[in-house]
Design a binder for this molecule. Structure first.
Ligand code: ZN
Length: 295
């Protein structure tokens, strides 16, 4: 009996491995094999067995408000860059944690609770939490199970998925990024993704005191190899100088944790950070310091 249980457990872990959720691949939503490899019951079993449930949502709100009070003053002669990493935890999370520590710069991680399905991946989340240079944000629990049209068709379900992620990963911030939608809701400022179906969900989240961050520029991970850090740096400077950002002089760059699974790519992240640090006009900040009231 013990052996059978062990085999069953391994099979469940394997099925999880096959379908960790990631951003921006709308086409994956049409892949029916994903549904077959991960039935709903297993999803539920994973979340119940791997985590201690805590419910303290009011505390989350007060934590964010308290943090807002301690924002660093914004220098109008500077340009601010926010390094953001989506879809973690992955193997690459460990490398991101290491580089942010060694280069002593801030980064913000938008985590997906469903992806924390092994002891090691859960440890990566804990390591992020222990790092004073890392700010923890919410990218939903399920990442829409990569079925975005269905997901955004039920705004209440999106809100519940965000709340579930808060409980599962013990997230204490109200910073959210919507899966596969470059959508912003910051106070009275908003911007929608060209795909409009996330608008009702975004409005509902804003009404529930969440801050939704999109991105101004992406370090593309779909290429065969990562775009050179020098090119990404030039893209960042260009967008800031041309005022092609959601907020003038503030640029949010989107990356993904699994881009940095390899040592080679991890050094590319370091190279980008060093280029940014060597520009005296640029300041690297955490998302807690992004202006949410001025424009
Ligand atoms: Zn994502």
């Amino acid at each position: 009996m013990f052996i059978l249980n062990k085999h069953l457990k391994n099979a469940l872990l394997l099925s999880s491995l096959l379908i960790t959720f990631s951003c921006k691949n709308d086409q994956i939503s049409t892949n029916s094999s994903i549904e077959i490899s991960k039935p709903k019951e297993i999803l539920q079993q994973d979340s119940d067995s791997l985590y201690t449930i805590k419910t303290d949502s009011l505390k989350h709100l007060s934590d964010t408000i308290a943090k807002d009070d301690h924002k660093n003053p914004i220098d109008s002669t500077k340009q601010y860059v926010y390094l953001t990493f989506d879809d973690g935890p992955y193997k690459g999370s460990k490398n991101i944690n290491k580089i942010l520590t060694e280069e002593n710069v801030k980064g913000t991680v938008f985590l997906v609770g469903f992806n924390a399905f092994t002891k090691e991946l859960k440890q990566n989340v804990e390591d992020y939490k222990q790092n004073p240079n890392v700010e923890i944000a919410n990218h939903t629990y399920s990442h829409a199970r990569n079925k975005y049209k269905h997901f955004y068709g039920m705004p209440e379900g999106v809100l519940e998925d965000i709340k579930k992620n808060e409980v599962v990963l013990d997230i204490h911030s109200r910073w959210v990024r919507l899966p596969a939608r470059n959508t912003w809701r910051l106070g009275n400022r908003k911007k929608n993704d060209p795909v409009k179906n996330a608008i009702p969900a975004a409005d509902l989240l804003a009404k529930n005191q969440y801050y939704i961050y999109g991105w101004d520029f992406e370090w593309d991970r779909n290429a065969q190899s990562l775009t050179a850090p020098e090119k990404i740096y030039d893209g960042i400077v260009h967008r800031l100088d041309q005022n092609k950002t959601f907020e003038k002089n503030h640029l949010v760059i989107l990356m993904h944790d699994d881009m940095f699974n390899s040592d080679l790519n991890t050094e590319k992240l370091r190279q980008l950070i060093v280029l940014l640090k060597n520009n005296p006009k640029i300041v690297i900040e955490g998302i807690s310091n992004y202006p949410t009231t001025v424009s």
